[in-house]
Design a protein around this ligand. Structure first.
Ligand SMILES: [Zn+2]
Length: 139
């Protein structure tokens, strides 16, 4: 889905086929962060971080339903799903999940995608989400 990112420093949409999360990697110890940090959070390190594009696939650590309205909406369209996905870099990312709740299971492979947040004129503002990784599941 094309669109404009809800925050340009969080999501890279340059590749229309595959959005990327913008994270940081410590130049000294190699720790990864999301979102980007300017300096490592480890007290014994504190070295500068460099901007990186994080992996687009990971493993679902946990998930739940959220019955509250999304982003300032007054009404609940429908309950939505939120989960935490562990990327190969060791970073745990929290975000919206999309897909059939009956088929979502902890431990399954997930892929980064986008989800519409609001319409601004001609533009659809999008955030990131995770969807079941059909390709990963098949291989
Ligand atoms: Zn560090």
């Amino acid at each position: 889905m094309a669109g404009i990112p809800i925050e340009s420093w969080i999501i890279d949409l340059a590749d229309l086929q595959q959005p990327r999360l913008i994270g940081g990697r410590c130049t000294a110890c190699g720790e990864y962060y999301f979102p980007m940090r300017h300096h490592c959070a480890k007290a014994e390190c504190l070295a500068p971080c460099e901007e990186v594009r994080l992996s687009t696939r990971g493993v679902l650590y946990t998930w739940t339903y959220v019955p509250n309205p999304r982003w300032g909406k007054a009404q609940v369209d429908k309950p939505y799903l939120v989960g935490q996905v562990d990327l190969p870099e060791g970073t745990r990312i929290q975000g919206i999940l999309e897909g059939d709740p009956q088929k979502i299971e902890i431990g399954m492979q997930m892929r980064l995608a986008t989800t519409p947040i609001e319409q601004k004129g001609e533009d659809t503002v999008v955030s990131y989400c995770f969807v079941p990784d059909e390709e990963g599941a098949a291989s």
